[in-house]
Design a protein around this ligand. Structure first.
Ligand code: SAH
Length: 352
Protein backbone atom coordinates (compact mmCIF):
# COMPACT_ATOMS: atom_id res chain seq x y z
CA UNK A 1 0.00 0.00 0.00
CA UNK A 2 1.39 3.43 -0.80
CA UNK A 3 1.46 6.26 1.70
CA UNK A 4 -1.74 7.88 0.46
CA UNK A 5 -3.66 4.62 0.56
CA UNK A 6 -2.45 4.00 4.10
CA UNK A 7 -3.29 7.53 5.21
CA UNK A 8 -6.70 7.34 3.58
CA UNK A 9 -7.40 4.08 5.38
CA UNK A 10 -6.67 5.70 8.75
CA UNK A 11 -8.76 8.78 7.96
CA UNK A 12 -11.63 6.51 6.89
CA UNK A 13 -11.31 4.56 10.12
CA UNK A 14 -11.48 7.76 12.14
CA UNK A 15 -14.52 8.83 10.15
CA UNK A 16 -16.16 5.49 10.84
CA UNK A 17 -15.86 6.11 14.57
CA UNK A 18 -12.89 3.88 15.23
CA UNK A 19 -10.15 4.80 17.66
CA UNK A 20 -6.66 5.28 16.31
CA UNK A 21 -3.47 4.27 18.06
CA UNK A 22 -0.44 6.41 18.79
CA UNK A 23 1.29 4.85 15.76
CA UNK A 24 -1.71 5.61 13.54
CA UNK A 25 -1.74 9.28 14.53
CA UNK A 26 2.02 9.51 14.18
CA UNK A 27 1.83 7.95 10.73
CA UNK A 28 -0.68 10.57 9.61
CA UNK A 29 1.41 13.41 11.05
CA UNK A 30 4.69 12.16 9.62
CA UNK A 31 3.31 11.41 6.17
CA UNK A 32 1.05 14.42 5.89
CA UNK A 33 1.28 15.63 2.30
CA UNK A 34 -0.96 17.63 -0.02
CA UNK A 35 -2.97 14.61 -1.03
CA UNK A 36 -3.59 13.30 2.49
CA UNK A 37 -4.38 16.82 3.71
CA UNK A 38 -6.90 17.39 0.95
CA UNK A 39 -8.56 14.06 1.69
CA UNK A 40 -8.81 14.76 5.44
CA UNK A 41 -10.02 18.33 5.05
CA UNK A 42 -12.67 17.36 2.54
CA UNK A 43 -13.95 14.50 4.73
CA UNK A 44 -13.93 16.78 7.79
CA UNK A 45 -15.87 19.52 6.04
CA UNK A 46 -18.50 17.00 4.97
CA UNK A 47 -18.63 15.60 8.50
CA UNK A 48 -19.22 19.06 9.99
CA UNK A 49 -21.87 19.79 7.42
CA UNK A 50 -23.65 16.49 8.04
CA UNK A 51 -23.77 17.27 11.76
CA UNK A 52 -24.32 21.03 11.89
CA UNK A 53 -25.28 22.11 8.40
CA UNK A 54 -23.60 25.36 7.47
CA UNK A 55 -24.29 26.82 10.90
CA UNK A 56 -21.57 28.45 12.94
CA UNK A 57 -22.10 28.88 16.67
CA UNK A 58 -20.97 32.16 18.15
CA UNK A 59 -19.71 32.81 21.68
CA UNK A 60 -19.16 36.21 23.22
CA UNK A 61 -15.71 36.15 24.80
CA UNK A 62 -15.27 38.38 27.83
CA UNK A 63 -11.69 38.63 29.02
CA UNK A 64 -12.43 39.42 32.64
CA UNK A 65 -8.88 39.86 33.95
CA UNK A 66 -5.33 39.73 32.63
CA UNK A 67 -3.86 39.33 36.12
CA UNK A 68 -2.32 35.87 36.51
CA UNK A 69 -0.41 34.12 39.25
CA UNK A 70 1.06 31.62 36.79
CA UNK A 71 4.20 32.04 34.75
CA UNK A 72 3.67 29.96 31.58
CA UNK A 73 6.62 30.66 29.29
CA UNK A 74 4.50 31.21 26.17
CA UNK A 75 1.82 33.49 27.55
CA UNK A 76 1.92 37.29 27.60
CA UNK A 77 -0.17 37.37 30.77
CA UNK A 78 2.51 35.50 32.77
CA UNK A 79 3.19 37.09 36.12
CA UNK A 80 6.82 37.90 35.24
CA UNK A 81 5.78 40.08 32.33
CA UNK A 82 6.20 43.60 33.68
CA UNK A 83 5.25 45.11 30.32
CA UNK A 84 1.67 43.94 30.66
CA UNK A 85 -0.76 46.67 31.71
CA UNK A 86 -2.94 44.77 34.14
CA UNK A 87 -6.69 45.16 34.45
CA UNK A 88 -9.53 43.48 36.22
CA UNK A 89 -13.10 44.13 35.07
CA UNK A 90 -15.72 45.05 37.64
CA UNK A 91 -18.90 42.99 37.90
CA UNK A 92 -20.77 45.94 36.40
CA UNK A 93 -18.46 45.99 33.40
CA UNK A 94 -18.88 42.25 32.87
CA UNK A 95 -22.66 42.49 33.12
CA UNK A 96 -22.69 45.34 30.67
CA UNK A 97 -20.64 43.21 28.23
CA UNK A 98 -23.29 40.50 28.59
CA UNK A 99 -26.04 43.03 27.98
CA UNK A 100 -24.38 44.28 24.81
CA UNK A 101 -23.70 40.71 23.73
CA UNK A 102 -27.27 39.61 24.30
CA UNK A 103 -28.56 42.47 22.15
CA UNK A 104 -26.17 41.43 19.39
CA UNK A 105 -27.49 37.86 19.44
CA UNK A 106 -24.97 36.02 21.61
CA UNK A 107 -26.46 33.23 23.70
CA UNK A 108 -23.20 32.03 25.21
CA UNK A 109 -20.92 34.17 27.34
CA UNK A 110 -17.40 32.96 27.92
CA UNK A 111 -15.71 34.44 30.97
CA UNK A 112 -12.01 33.92 30.51
CA UNK A 113 -9.09 35.21 32.48
CA UNK A 114 -5.77 34.65 34.11
CA UNK A 115 -5.65 32.86 37.45
CA UNK A 116 -6.41 35.99 39.42
CA UNK A 117 -6.97 35.92 43.17
CA UNK A 118 -8.96 39.14 42.69
CA UNK A 119 -11.70 36.93 41.31
CA UNK A 120 -12.44 34.82 44.34
CA UNK A 121 -14.43 31.63 43.91
CA UNK A 122 -17.36 33.27 45.70
CA UNK A 123 -17.23 36.30 43.45
CA UNK A 124 -17.23 34.12 40.34
CA UNK A 125 -20.17 32.09 41.66
CA UNK A 126 -22.13 35.25 42.40
CA UNK A 127 -21.33 36.57 38.94
CA UNK A 128 -22.46 33.37 37.25
CA UNK A 129 -25.69 33.41 39.28
CA UNK A 130 -26.36 36.99 38.25
CA UNK A 131 -25.75 36.33 34.56
CA UNK A 132 -27.93 33.22 34.59
CA UNK A 133 -30.71 35.12 36.36
CA UNK A 134 -30.58 37.98 33.87
CA UNK A 135 -30.22 35.74 30.80
CA UNK A 136 -31.82 32.40 31.59
CA UNK A 137 -31.72 31.43 27.93
CA UNK A 138 -27.94 31.79 27.78
CA UNK A 139 -25.07 29.45 28.54
CA UNK A 140 -22.17 30.57 30.68
CA UNK A 141 -18.73 29.18 30.02
CA UNK A 142 -15.89 29.68 32.48
CA UNK A 143 -12.21 29.58 31.62
CA UNK A 144 -10.30 30.62 34.72
CA UNK A 145 -7.75 27.85 35.07
CA UNK A 146 -7.07 25.20 37.66
CA UNK A 147 -9.24 24.93 40.79
CA UNK A 148 -10.14 22.21 43.23
CA UNK A 149 -12.99 19.85 42.47
CA UNK A 150 -15.06 21.47 45.21
CA UNK A 151 -14.66 24.88 43.64
CA UNK A 152 -15.53 23.55 40.17
CA UNK A 153 -18.62 21.98 41.75
CA UNK A 154 -19.59 25.34 43.25
CA UNK A 155 -19.25 27.00 39.81
CA UNK A 156 -21.49 24.29 38.37
CA UNK A 157 -24.03 24.68 41.18
CA UNK A 158 -24.07 28.42 40.55
CA UNK A 159 -25.21 27.63 37.03
CA UNK A 160 -22.08 27.56 34.87
CA UNK A 161 -22.68 25.25 31.92
CA UNK A 162 -19.27 24.78 30.38
CA UNK A 163 -15.60 25.01 31.22
CA UNK A 164 -12.61 25.57 28.96
CA UNK A 165 -9.21 24.34 30.09
CA UNK A 166 -6.76 23.36 27.42
CA UNK A 167 -4.33 20.67 28.45
CA UNK A 168 -1.76 22.58 26.28
CA UNK A 169 0.47 19.49 25.85
CA UNK A 170 0.09 16.11 27.42
CA UNK A 171 3.73 15.00 27.34
CA UNK A 172 5.31 15.43 30.75
CA UNK A 173 8.73 16.62 29.59
CA UNK A 174 7.25 18.95 26.99
CA UNK A 175 4.84 20.34 29.58
CA UNK A 176 7.88 21.08 31.72
CA UNK A 177 9.48 22.89 28.78
CA UNK A 178 6.46 25.23 28.48
CA UNK A 179 5.68 25.75 32.16
CA UNK A 180 7.54 26.38 35.40
CA UNK A 181 7.98 23.42 37.74
CA UNK A 182 5.05 24.37 39.99
CA UNK A 183 2.62 23.49 37.18
CA UNK A 184 2.11 19.85 36.32
CA UNK A 185 0.31 18.07 33.49
CA UNK A 186 -1.00 15.61 36.05
CA UNK A 187 -2.94 18.33 37.89
CA UNK A 188 -4.14 19.77 34.60
CA UNK A 189 -5.52 16.40 33.51
CA UNK A 190 -7.06 15.80 36.92
CA UNK A 191 -8.89 19.12 36.61
CA UNK A 192 -10.30 18.03 33.24
CA UNK A 193 -11.54 14.69 34.56
CA UNK A 194 -13.06 16.45 37.58
CA UNK A 195 -14.87 18.93 35.35
CA UNK A 196 -16.25 16.08 33.27
CA UNK A 197 -17.36 14.14 36.31
CA UNK A 198 -19.20 17.17 37.69
CA UNK A 199 -21.18 17.42 34.48
CA UNK A 200 -19.75 20.42 32.69
CA UNK A 201 -19.50 20.48 28.95
CA UNK A 202 -15.73 20.47 28.91
CA UNK A 203 -13.36 22.03 26.43
CA UNK A 204 -9.74 21.09 26.10
CA UNK A 205 -7.06 21.38 23.46
CA UNK A 206 -3.44 22.15 22.81
CA UNK A 207 -1.00 24.57 21.24
CA UNK A 208 0.23 23.70 17.77
CA UNK A 209 3.91 24.34 17.12
CA UNK A 210 4.84 25.39 20.64
CA UNK A 211 8.60 25.43 21.27
CA UNK A 212 10.04 21.93 21.58
CA UNK A 213 6.91 20.21 20.28
CA UNK A 214 7.43 17.10 18.17
CA UNK A 215 4.95 15.19 16.03
CA UNK A 216 5.05 12.44 18.65
CA UNK A 217 3.87 14.98 21.25
CA UNK A 218 0.96 15.90 19.00
CA UNK A 219 0.08 12.23 18.52
CA UNK A 220 -0.09 11.96 22.33
CA UNK A 221 -2.36 15.02 22.46
CA UNK A 222 -4.72 13.47 19.91
CA UNK A 223 -4.71 10.24 21.85
CA UNK A 224 -5.47 12.05 25.10
CA UNK A 225 -8.42 13.86 23.52
CA UNK A 226 -9.67 10.56 22.14
CA UNK A 227 -9.67 9.28 25.70
CA UNK A 228 -11.11 12.40 27.37
CA UNK A 229 -13.80 12.93 24.72
CA UNK A 230 -14.34 16.61 25.54
CA UNK A 231 -17.43 18.31 24.16
CA UNK A 232 -15.34 21.25 22.92
CA UNK A 233 -11.86 21.19 21.43
CA UNK A 234 -9.84 24.35 20.92
CA UNK A 235 -6.50 24.23 19.21
CA UNK A 236 -4.49 27.08 17.78
CA UNK A 237 -0.99 27.80 16.60
CA UNK A 238 1.55 28.96 19.13
CA UNK A 239 2.26 32.63 18.44
CA UNK A 240 5.22 34.38 20.04
CA UNK A 241 4.66 37.20 22.51
CA UNK A 242 7.70 39.47 22.56
CA UNK A 243 7.80 39.96 26.34
CA UNK A 244 8.00 36.23 27.08
CA UNK A 245 10.95 33.80 27.08
CA UNK A 246 9.58 32.40 23.80
CA UNK A 247 9.30 35.83 22.18
CA UNK A 248 11.75 34.96 19.42
CA UNK A 249 10.42 31.48 18.65
CA UNK A 250 8.69 30.78 15.33
CA UNK A 251 4.91 30.60 15.17
CA UNK A 252 3.06 27.33 14.69
CA UNK A 253 2.19 26.16 11.20
CA UNK A 254 -1.20 26.94 9.70
CA UNK A 255 -1.41 23.89 7.42
CA UNK A 256 -0.61 21.57 10.31
CA UNK A 257 -3.24 23.31 12.46
CA UNK A 258 -5.86 22.86 9.74
CA UNK A 259 -4.96 19.20 9.29
CA UNK A 260 -5.34 18.70 13.05
CA UNK A 261 -8.71 20.46 13.09
CA UNK A 262 -9.80 18.06 10.35
CA UNK A 263 -8.61 14.98 12.26
CA UNK A 264 -10.32 16.24 15.42
CA UNK A 265 -13.55 16.86 13.54
CA UNK A 266 -13.49 13.33 12.13
CA UNK A 267 -12.69 11.76 15.48
CA UNK A 268 -15.17 13.96 17.39
CA UNK A 269 -18.03 14.50 14.93
CA UNK A 270 -20.34 16.30 17.41
CA UNK A 271 -17.69 18.37 19.15
CA UNK A 272 -17.76 22.15 19.19
CA UNK A 273 -14.51 23.18 17.58
CA UNK A 274 -13.66 26.88 17.33
CA UNK A 275 -11.85 28.60 14.53
CA UNK A 276 -9.64 30.29 17.11
CA UNK A 277 -8.45 33.88 17.16
CA UNK A 278 -4.90 32.54 16.92
CA UNK A 279 -5.68 30.89 13.57
CA UNK A 280 -7.15 34.16 12.31
CA UNK A 281 -4.17 36.10 13.62
CA UNK A 282 -1.61 33.78 12.03
CA UNK A 283 -2.95 34.40 8.55
CA UNK A 284 -5.60 36.54 6.90
CA UNK A 285 -8.41 34.14 6.04
CA UNK A 286 -7.20 31.58 8.59
CA UNK A 287 -10.55 31.63 10.38
CA UNK A 288 -12.42 30.76 7.20
CA UNK A 289 -9.95 28.02 6.35
CA UNK A 290 -10.43 26.54 9.82
CA UNK A 291 -14.18 26.44 9.24
CA UNK A 292 -13.66 24.73 5.90
CA UNK A 293 -11.47 22.20 7.75
CA UNK A 294 -14.31 21.31 10.12
CA UNK A 295 -14.46 24.03 12.80
CA UNK A 296 -17.98 25.18 13.72
CA UNK A 297 -17.57 27.87 16.39
CA UNK A 298 -16.23 31.41 16.47
CA UNK A 299 -15.67 33.43 19.62
CA UNK A 300 -15.73 37.15 18.86
CA UNK A 301 -14.35 39.46 21.51
CA UNK A 302 -16.97 41.04 23.75
CA UNK A 303 -14.55 42.62 26.23
CA UNK A 304 -14.64 46.40 26.73
CA UNK A 305 -12.91 47.78 23.62
CA UNK A 306 -10.30 49.75 25.56
CA UNK A 307 -9.04 46.61 27.37
CA UNK A 308 -8.71 44.26 24.45
CA UNK A 309 -5.13 45.10 23.55
CA UNK A 310 -4.09 44.45 27.16
CA UNK A 311 -5.22 40.82 26.99
CA UNK A 312 -2.05 40.18 25.01
CA UNK A 313 -1.61 36.40 25.08
CA UNK A 314 0.57 36.78 21.96
CA UNK A 315 1.68 39.58 19.63
CA UNK A 316 -0.78 41.17 17.16
CA UNK A 317 -3.79 39.33 18.60
CA UNK A 318 -6.82 40.21 16.50
CA UNK A 319 -9.69 41.95 18.29
CA UNK A 320 -11.12 43.94 15.41
CA UNK A 321 -13.29 43.23 12.41
CA UNK A 322 -14.69 39.72 12.46
CA UNK A 323 -13.06 39.12 15.87
CA UNK A 324 -15.03 41.97 17.47
CA UNK A 325 -18.46 41.11 18.80
CA UNK A 326 -19.88 44.48 17.80
CA UNK A 327 -18.90 43.77 14.18
CA UNK A 328 -21.13 40.74 13.93
CA UNK A 329 -22.38 41.95 10.57
CA UNK A 330 -18.85 41.89 9.26
CA UNK A 331 -18.40 38.35 10.55
CA UNK A 332 -21.70 37.40 8.98
CA UNK A 333 -20.46 38.71 5.62
CA UNK A 334 -17.17 36.84 5.94
CA UNK A 335 -18.96 33.61 6.77
CA UNK A 336 -21.52 34.11 4.06
CA UNK A 337 -18.70 34.48 1.53
CA UNK A 338 -17.80 30.84 2.20
CA UNK A 339 -21.41 29.70 2.43
CA UNK A 340 -21.86 29.64 6.21
CA UNK A 341 -23.95 31.64 8.69
CA UNK A 342 -23.73 32.51 12.39
CA UNK A 343 -26.72 31.35 14.43
CA UNK A 344 -28.43 32.83 17.48
CA UNK A 345 -28.35 29.73 19.64
CA UNK A 346 -26.71 28.47 22.82
CA UNK A 347 -25.03 25.85 20.71
CA UNK A 348 -24.84 23.17 23.36
CA UNK A 349 -23.14 19.86 22.79
CA UNK A 350 -25.60 17.21 21.73
CA UNK A 351 -25.11 13.54 21.11
CA UNK A 352 -26.98 12.71 17.96
N1 SAH B 1 -5.94 30.99 32.47
C1 SAH B 1 -6.88 30.27 31.62
C2 SAH B 1 -7.03 30.93 30.26
C3 SAH B 1 -5.76 30.98 29.47
S1 SAH B 1 -5.79 31.95 27.98
C4 SAH B 1 -6.43 28.84 31.51
O1 SAH B 1 -5.37 28.50 32.03
O2 SAH B 1 -7.14 28.05 30.94
C5 SAH B 1 -6.46 30.80 26.84
C6 SAH B 1 -5.50 30.02 25.97
O3 SAH B 1 -4.65 30.89 25.23
C7 SAH B 1 -4.52 29.13 26.68
O4 SAH B 1 -5.11 27.93 27.06
C8 SAH B 1 -3.41 28.94 25.65
O5 SAH B 1 -3.56 27.70 24.95
C9 SAH B 1 -3.61 30.11 24.70
N2 SAH B 1 -2.36 30.89 24.58
C10 SAH B 1 -1.65 31.47 25.59
N3 SAH B 1 -0.52 32.00 25.11
C11 SAH B 1 -0.50 31.75 23.78
C12 SAH B 1 0.42 32.02 22.74
N4 SAH B 1 1.58 32.65 22.97
N5 SAH B 1 0.11 31.61 21.48
C13 SAH B 1 -1.03 30.96 21.23
N6 SAH B 1 -1.94 30.67 22.18
C14 SAH B 1 -1.67 31.05 23.44
Amino acid sequence: MDVFEQGKKLIDALRAGQSLTFDDFLFLLEHRNGEIEAYALCAARRCAEANFGRNIYIRGLIEITNVCKNDCYYCGLRRSNTNCRRYRLTDEEILSCCHAGYELGFRTFVLQGGEDGGFSDERLCALVRQIKALYPDCAVTLSVGERSKEVYQSFFDAGADRYLLRHETVDEAHYGHLHPAELSPKVRKECLWNLKEIGFQVGSGFLVGSPGQTLAHIACDLLFLQELRPQMIGIGPFLPQSDTPFGQEPAGDLELTLFLIALLRLGHPRALIPATTAVGTLQEGGRERAILAGANVVMPNLSPADRRKDYALYDNKLAEGAEAAESLEFLRARLSAIGYQPVVDRGDYREK
